[in-house]
Design a protein. Structure first.
Length: 712
């Protein structure tokens, strides 16, 4: 049985009592960091059966003591978490993305500007090994009894003696670019040894026996110059054979040479990559090699498979080499692709368990609020998975591909796009009157935020976290910062009073003419102004015009009252003057004259009576009519009884009244009441009549009662 022996050690070194490194071994994170420089290092060692998914890693924190320690710890625990859940295809790539996002979120939560971690990982599988790194933590492998660095430092250029800065690390904000870890598949031999370390070791490690393969040995400087990182003079440089292979950094015209550096003019260097990729499918031995290196590849054959032949892209194989085991190649100066063709001896048993479970999960998945493109991808993947699940001839590879695609689609269900809140907010913002706000920078910001929100609403790819929520918050913030213009206080008190006065009148009481039509128009306008006044001038203007329109109305004549007045005056003027002479009944004829003078005023609308005044006038007319009828009836009775002639209406009304009241107290009280009522009626009638007629009627105030007494 194949096993892996490991030793893990963490020590702060001799310069400080604390480091920021984290180590990961299968199922554990080595956390003991706080050791004294003179204490023994923390060491873990053991042996494990070689199994699929065994992970070893080192992480070096960046950005200060506490922040760097947290960053490396986050990266280490992310790796351990993913290892414990089982590695999926492209698992290392997923680790780098997840660890980077977690460290960035930690930085944002702590308001940090600089924080990160390097990473160097070795992931063992049953038949091969994956190596990946980012930053300047290194991975070495013993090859031919020599320790060889197989990872590449992601560091920039710096003057000689100065540690170069990193341009790739975990915790890179998106504004600085995307992370680009290095992935390598080195050969895994029967006894392979790997060394993973941070710069705490590699910076002080003697490189006398270490062969380092940088990506390039030189760069072009045809029209300029280079700044050498070694102490070479132009004279020594001239002795170097072509092509000149040296380590250096690029300089520029404004650079100031530092100690141990020299400027070399008019030198041309060519760009030459040191290693070239050897990609191997179904075979061991893939990696990066220098041109001229001899490489041996062996097929990765399963128990139920037989090796058939090799296929190669990039070099020509002889017929003998096509079936050779191992395949021995001399690496050219370009990329090579090799594949081992195998033949299976057993009938493939296709297992659809995971695919069917994923299909059942996807069918119950609630896609409400999920981005519409993601939801479409999930439905499409589900449909394809169901087709593969129903296909009896589907291969295991097809089943696995369908399962992986459906699983990936399901995991994207967190890409939500709930636009309801943003859509509602945009609708409200589109309805506001921008003229009510000051023309300033805040208004410009609001217009831009509204435009951006409208674009997000129209974008089918927009997601909650990246687009929708930020657009919603930005629009609300821009609206809150708008500066309202000063609001004018409009006084509508007089308009309200006038409307209360005129709104209840009945237009049936007024003449249907141009004045009435104008009044109706102005009345509706006044109501609209009261509901939504623009300014004080508008309110004051409509008050004046409504009041004028109301005063211009003309009442319709009261036809029933006119008929009563005309009938009464006609009756009085047709009386028998022998019986009703003006000398005997001056008050009757005075009232009739006043009533006759009132008729044209009512017809022309210049005289308007209230309902009470109309009732009082009607009662007065009835009193006179009853009096006339009484006199006429008594006259008819006298003609039939001559004995009563001596008691005709020759009596003095005043004397008769006095005598009657003296003889009969009850009758006297009744007549006193009638007297008061008659006086009130006369007064009311006088108020309704022209000035002259009213004066005449008032002078004859008690005459009506006297006429009544005369008939008794």
């Amino acid at each position: 049985m194949k096993t892996i022996q490991y030793i893990a050690m963490n020590h702060p070194g001799t310069f400080r009592p604390h480091n920021q490194d984290s180590l990961v071994i299968p199922q554990a994170v080595l956390e003991e960091r706080r050791t004294e420089p003179d204490s023994k290092p923390v060491v873990l060692q053991g042996e494990l059966p070689l199994d699929d998914g065994l992970l070893f890693g080192v992480f070096d924190g960046l950005g200060g003591l506490e922040q760097g320690e947290r960053a490396s710890d986050i990266a280490a625990r992310t790796a351990l978490e993913m290892a414990s859940n089982g590695w999926s295809p492209n698992g290392l790539q997923q680790f780098f993305l997840e660890a980077n996002q977690r460290i960035v979120r930690f930085m944002e939560s702590q308001n940090l500007t600089s924080c990160g971690s390097t990473a160097a990982l070795v992931l063992f599988h049953a038949e091969n090994v994956e190596v990946s790194s980012i930053g300047d933590s290194r991975i070495y492998q013993f090859r031919d009894n020599q320790l060889v660095q197989i990872s590449r430092d992601h560091s920039g250029f710096a003057p000689f003696g100065v540690k170069p800065p990193l341009f790739q690390y975990l915790g890179m904000p998106s504004k600085e670019g995307s992370i680009q870890p290095e992935y390598i598949t080195p050969p895994l031999e029967a006894e392979s040894t790997f060394l993973l370390c941070t710069d705490g070791l590699s910076d002080v490690l003697s490189l006398a026996n270490v062969q380092y393969y940088p990506e390039y040995v030189s760069v072009s400087a045809e029209d300029g110059w280079v700044e050498l990182s070694t102490q070479l003079t132009p004279e020594i440089l001239a002795t170097l054979e072509d092509p000149k292979r040296i380590d250096f950094v690029i300089g520029n015209e404004n650079s100031t040479p530092s100690a141990g550096t020299y400027l070399v003019d008019d030198v041309t260097f060519t760009v030459e990559p040191v290693t070239y990729a050897l990609n191997a499918e179904n075979a061991y031995g893939a990696g990066s090699y220098r041109a001229g290196t001899t490489v041996a590849l062996t097929p990765a054959v399963k128990d139920d498979e037989t090796f058939v032949e090799w296929t190669v892209e990039g070099i020509e194989l002889s017929d003998e080499q096509k079936t050779q085991i191992p395949l021995v190649l001399t690496m050219p100066d370009h990329e090579v692709k090799v594949a081992a063709v195998v033949e299976s001896h057993s009938e493939e048993v296709v297992n659809k368990t995971l695919l069917n479970q994923a299909i059942a999960y996807a069918k119950d998945l609630n896609l409400d609020g999920v981005n519409e493109l993601v939801a479409a991808f999930i439905r499409s993947s589900l449909e394809q998975a169901e087709e593969v699940a129903a296909d009896e001839n589907a291969t295991q590879e097809e089943v696995n591909d369908a399962w992986r695609q459906l699983a990936q689609a399901i995991q994207m269900a967190g890409f939500t796009s709930n636009k309801d809140e943003l859509r509602s907010l945009v609708a409200q913002m589109q309805a506001i009157d921008l003229d009510a706000y000051e023309d300033d920078e805040a208004k410009d910001n609001f217009i831009n935020a509204l435009k951006k929100a409208e674009e997000v609403l129209a974008d089918p790819k927009a997601l909650d976290e990246t687009s929708i929520i930020p657009a919603t918050e930005a629009l609300q913030k821009a609206f809150d910062e708008l500066t309202p213009k000063p609001v004018e206080v409009i006084d509508t008190t007089v308009l309200e009073m006038l409307l209360n006065q005129v709104s209840g009148i009945s237009m049936d009481d007024y003449q249907d003419d141009e004045a009435a039509a104008n009044f109706q128009t102005v009345l509706e306008e006044a109501k609209a102004v009261l509901a939504d006044p623009e300014d004080q001038h508008q309110v004051d203007d409509v008050v004046v015009r409504l009041h004028q329109a109301w005063l211009n109305l003309r009442l319709r004549p009261d036809e029933s009252l006119l008929a009563e007045l005309k009938g009464f005056t006609a009756m009085v003027y047709s009386l028998d003057t022998a019986l009703f002479s003006e000398e005997a009944y001056p008050e009757l004829y005075s009232f009739a004259a006043a009533a006759e003078a009132m008729i044209p005023e009512i017809e022309q609308g210049t005289k308007v009576l209230t309902n009470q005044e109309k009732l009082d006038l009607h009662n007065q007319i009835e009193d006179y009519v009853r009096l006339i009828e009484k006199v006429q009836n008594d006259n008819n009775s006298s003609k039939q009884d001559p004995a009563n002639d001596n008691n005709s209406s020759k009596l003095d009304p005043v004397e008769e009244e006095n005598n009657s009241s003296k003889l009969d107290p009850v009758q006297d009280e009744k007549e006193s009441s009638e007297k008061q009522t008659t006086a009130k009626s006369v007064k009311t009638a006088a108020q309704m009549m022209p000035a002259g007629a009213a004066a005449t009627l008032a002078a004859a105030g008690l005459a009506v009662l006297a006429l009544k007494k005369r008939q008794k």
